[in-house]
Design a protein around this ligand. Structure first.
Ligand SMILES: *Cc1c(COP(=O)(O)O)cnc(C)c1O
Length: 228
């Protein structure tokens, strides 16, 4: 199936999900996830109007970026502290900020580099953190508090990867966002929903869905890509 067809299928799903939820399609960002996909496909997606792409691995995105100067990469994968500087140089936005020491380090290096990188707190309310990253409940207030005051990593909202099939998770995240909106007295966004569950995420109030396979097809095996 061509990229064009897959894109239009996903856009149809998004339109229908928004209509069902009484929301405007333009209120939900469709972020294509291009991890372990070739530059040629990213270029093709850019011809269909996309500019921002989610990537999981710092090294992989850093090696793709020079060939795609017009693309903006968003980090959605776990970030090791020793890659903080490269991440700030490679990505326009960092969605996987999940611990205070990482946030502090990113903040300090962003200041040194003189860059501003919108940041999202990745949350884990379901004990999946060892696999996927994510800040667990008790550590959340400190991390959110820190980012809410940072000038170099302005807080955008919350990103999460709920366990597949756990539809109540999207409601929990919506509740978390509502709490923090009230506590901070400002708007915060939610990045949740992927190829398999974007409808439920949109129904629960997601502002951004991150879609990989439904747009780009299946990915290369992690080992074989050799890019991690
Ligand atoms: C890979 C990935 C996605 C996209 O997943 P698909 O199921 O391929 O749509 C979204 N978010 C994160 C954090 C990912 O790692």
């Amino acid at each position: 199936m061509s990229l064009e067809i897959r894109i239009s299928q996903v856009q149809d799903r998004l339109r229908q999900a928004c209509a069902a939820a009484g929301r405007e399609t333009t209120d939900v960002e469709l972020l294509p996830v291009s991890k372990r996909q070739p530059e040629s496909l990213i270029r093709e997606a850019m011809a269909w109007g996309f500019k921002r792409f989610g990537e999981n691995y710092v090294q992989e995105a850093a090696s793709k970026a020079p060939a795609l100067p017009e693309a903006d990469f968003v980090l959605i994968g776990p970030l090791q502290s020793n890659k903080a500087k490269l991440a700030l140089q490679t990505f326009v936005e960092i969605q996987s900020v999940d611990r205070l020491d990482l946030a502090q380090r990113l903040d300090r290096i962003a200041q040194e580099l003189g860059v501003v990188r919108p940041a999202w707190v990745q949350v884990d309310l379901w004990g999946e953190a060892t696999k996927l990253g994510g800040c667990a409940g008790p550590q959340l207030p400190e991390l959110v508090g820190f980012l809410s005051k940072s000038n170099h990593l302005p807080l955008q909202g919350f990103m999460a990867i709920p366990p597949p099939g756990n539809m109540a998770a999207f409601q929990e995240l919506a509740g978390l966002r509502a709490d923090w909106r009230q506590r901070l007295g400002r708007d915060l966004r939610l990045s949740m929903g992927m190829s398999g569950d974007l409808e439920a995420a949109v129904a629960a109030g997601s502002d951004q869905i991150r879609v990989g396979t439904a747009i780009f097809g299946s990915r290369k095996e992690p080992g074989k890509a050799g890019l991690r």
